[in-house]
Design a protein around this ligand. Structure first.
Ligand SMILES: Nc1ncnc2c1ncn2[C@@H]1O[C@H](COP(=O)(O)OP(=O)(O)OP(=O)(O)O)[C@@H](O)[C@H]1O
Length: 231
């Protein structure tokens, strides 16, 4: 479990998080929203153990947290399969085991037939699929996604969101995902948190389509007003 207890985060005089509490249970999927500069990436970095809180406690019992970024960050000089294999070998897997796991995950994300392709030969959506295969092959118990599909068009974002949710269900990993797109995010998660003026506002989602649509509308309106107010 990940737990933030009375956590505050400051950069100099700038207060980003103000005495917030939060829990992420095993297998839970939580969306993170907020205006630009609200503190979303900072929250993810704290969850990854990359950023200490200024005060309060961050208790993290996940053993394999993994960050996935907006850009796929594939090695351009390595073929797609090697991009998935190399981190596995680096993490201690034997070569044959790494190859088998890479092939399994490339198949899962719909990249059968692209094992020998170079990253430059993939579309943006395919490259992000390869990045997901690389991430899931590493067997994270906590996946931290920082706007992973933002560079893609809406249809691809929805496709990849669905694929990612399916992989999370299959593996049982928990997820914290930042997005600027409430509609797609609510379809991927069990609940959302909105960071606003240093506080966390919690939005539960009971799973029904109506509830998801209504939470997405509320979040969309709040974010729009916050963006307008900061202009
Ligand atoms: N290392 C740092 N040093 C100083 N200030 C920082 C640092 N990291 C983040 N900040 C500041 O903290 C605030 C929150 O940043 P953060 O990147 O977490 O926001 P965000 O919600 O992810 O924004 P965006 O949606 O624009 O990516 C911003 O005002 C940012 O300038």
């Amino acid at each position: 479990m990940l737990e933030l207890r009375q956590v505050s985060l400051k950069f100099g005089k700038r207060s980003v998080l103000d005495n917030v509490g939060f829990r992420l249970q095993p297998g839970e999927r939580v969306g993170v929203l907020g205006a630009s500069g609200a503190g979303k990436s900072s929250l993810l970095k704290m969850a990854a153990g990359l950023l200490p809180a200024t005060s309060g406690a961050v208790i993290n019992s996940y053993r394999h947290p993994l960050l996935v970024f907006q850009e796929p960050r594939l090695l351009p000089w390595r073929r797609v399969r090697e991009n998935v294999e190399i981190p596995l070998v680096a993490a201690g897997s034997r070569k044959e085991q790494a190859r088998a796991r890479a092939d399994h995950w490339l198949g899962k994300v719909g990249l059968d037939g692209y094992h020998h392709a170079w990253p430059r030969e993939l579309s943006g959506g395919m490259a992000q699929r390869a990045a997901l295969a690389r991430a899931f092959a590493l067997q994270p118990d906590l996946l931290l996604l920082d706007e992973p599909f933002s560079a893609l068009d809406p249809a691809l974002r929805a496709d990849l969101g669905e694929l990612c949710t399916q992989c999370l269900r299959d593996t049982g990993a928990a997820m914290l995902c930042i997005s600027h797109h409430p509609q797609e995010l609510v379809n991927m998660v069990d609940r959302c948190i909105l960071i606003s003026h240093g506080r966390l506002i919690h939005f539960d989602i009971d799973g029904s389509q109506e509830m998801r649509a209504s939470v997405a509308r509320d979040l969309h309106d709040i974010l729009l007003n916050q963006d307008n107010a900061s202009e």
